[in-house]
Design a protein around this ligand. Structure first.
Ligand code: GUN
Length: 292
């Protein structure tokens, strides 16, 4: 059994990006510039955006954090998006989700210029992804693809079960695994809360991607010997065994599932560290005009 070290791969890729930025600087070309809009002060969003800004510093990108108060109107946010769309110095930007309830997230997502949509959430980019055209891939699925690639995990012809159909992870992941590419070329089954025979489907799977957000949901009796397990879940639970008083759990009951696997991602340190790195990869592509 191999534990997939997302922290290590993430550091490797960030070092590669940093080396590219050095080359860009030496050639006197424009340095990649990522902007993030954060509306309100949701604790988790603050942490995520903080991590993104830090990663920019680490790889040598320019970053801009645009903070807007909770009471920001939809119109004010759309105006800010229009401003960033037209700002020649900004290569790509994201609007951190979730947004306050009075703002329509879909409208906001569609207001972002697809050329600058480094989250890959715009319908135009989701469509391009489905058609296997060059595009920005959403961060978590892109990170998982990188892990499968760097660990040389065979995917062609394999049965892949994706648990969860969220627009950020499950749905794009299932599209990427079915595409005619490598990694890809799987026979994919997308499962969700209404799926009746989940356990039987999982037992047929060579690769399981668990992205439903339920701590330790996937137990050993769902998993066939030698399967590849990708755990996307991160649930914070109370713990009296840690200094902080809490710990992170994945969607997979790691201790009992790991011995049955050929490869498994741990939580923390598996998929998680890859997501911000994927955003850095997309920003570099945006600056190089590789997609559009
Ligand atoms: N909220 C949770 N994940 C993400 C993400 O990948 N991008 C944005 N913009 N918001 C998020």
């Amino acid at each position: 059994m191999t534990i997939i070290d997302g922290k290590k791969v993430s550091e490797e890729i960030q070092n590669e990006i940093a080396a590219e930025v050095q080359k860009i600087k030496s050639a006197g070309k424009k340095i990649p510039h990522l902007a993030a809009i954060l509306v309100g002060n949701d604790g988790a969003s603050e942490t995520y955006v903080g991590g993104k800004v830090k990663a920019c510093e680490k790889v040598g990108f320019v970053s801009t954090l645009v903070r807007m108060p909770d009471i920001t109107s939809e119109k004010e946010l759309l105006d800010k998006i229009a401003e960033l769309n037209n700002d020649k110095d900004i290569d790509g930007f994201i609007v951190q989700l979730p947004l306050p309830k009075h703002i329509n997230e879909q409208k906001v997502t569609e207001a972002i210029d697809p050329k600058k949509d480094v989250d890959g959430f715009h319908p135009a980019n989701v469509g391009r992804m489905a058609l296997n055209l060059p595009t920005y891939l959403p961060a978590t699925p892109y990170g998982i693809i990188q892990l499968l690639e760097r660990y040389k995990i065979e995917t062609a012809g394999k049965n892949c079960v994706v648990i969860g159909r969220s627009h950020i992870v499950g749905l794009p992941m299932s599209i990427l695994m079915v595409r005619n590419s490598n990694p890809g070329n799987c026979t994919v089954t997308i499962t969700h809360s209404k799926t009746k025979n989940l356990k039987e489907l999982c037992l047929q799977a060579d690769i399981i991607i668990a992205a439903l957000g339920k701590a330790e949901f996937l137990t050993a009796d769902h998993v066939k010997q030698g399967a590849v397990i990708i755990d996307v879940g991160i649930t914070r639970v109370k713990s009296d065994k840690t200094k902080t008083g809490w710990k992170l759990l994945g969607d997979v009951k790691y201790d009992e599932v790991a011995p049955k696997c050929s490869f498994i991602t741990p939580v923390p340190g598996g998929v998680g560290p890859m997501t911000i790195t994927s955003l850095m990869m997309n920003t570099l592509k945006a600056c190089r005009r590789e997609i559009y």
